[in-house]
Design a protein around this ligand. Sequence first.
Ligand code: SF4
Ligand code: SF4
Ligand code: SF4
Length: 261
Amino acid sequence: MEEPLGILIDFTECIGCGECVKACRQENHLTGTPNDRDLSAANYTVVLKHDEMYYRKMCMHCLEPTCVSVCPVAALTKSPDGPVLYDADKCMGCRYCMMACPFGVPRYHWNSPVPVIEKCIFCHSRVESGGETACAWVCPMGATRMGRRSHLLEIARARIALRPERYVNYIYGEHDAGGTSVLMLSSVPFERLGFPMKLGDEPLPTLTWAVLSRIPGIVVTGGVLLGGISWIINRRIQLEKTGGEDLPDGTEPRSRKGGGQ
Ligand code: SF4
Ligand code: SF4
Ligand code: SF4
């Protein structure tokens, strides 16, 4: 079998043009706006600035993804070729994946009548038909490039060796959380850019929930977690009854068959 695919983002090459963000929105029919600064259901990737350097955030497509391991209905799956795929038709909106992801990637689609999450799926249909991800294809600087992960790692190591004054000596994603399909190079330490640095080298799904508490935001009581899941499921049932409309408290939903006005 061929080596899995990956993406290398070299922040030092990025000019902050935002073409990758625009291409991603177009490819995925997302409604993000130019001022958006965070991942959301409307943005699968963002370009941010730190001092004079631009950097990107997107799904890291972990080699052994925690989101996949916690999804109770296999709506998230890891493709042998690299991407972490997502099937909205299977998703029941429980948000386990949001709590489990060490990079805070899956985002809840609050405005959707059917409660599901949203995330980058590595432009799966483009890649499956032999193309590149939209963000890699459009990048005018080659700052985002796609390829076999092992080859991208070789490139990253060579760049650091060739110009040690330009890069921090760290390839983000090489080992973090057990390794990710998205790799990053930077001239600014990754912790200063808000990337989690204490995830360890072991794949998180192999660890216990106690160790998973290293992930910010995952320490929740069972009651809060179950309460959230129950709320989501009840909301889904209500919205299915009302055909996606929010009704005032105490209002009975119309029958979908009879339309009872
Ligand atoms: S929100 Fe959807 S994708 Fe995430 S864990 Fe729950 S069912 Fe799986
Ligand atoms: S791989 Fe595709 S979906 Fe993911 S950030 Fe790039 S353009 Fe967006
Ligand atoms: S398209 Fe390339 S150069 Fe432009 S913001 Fe995205 S990564 Fe940076």
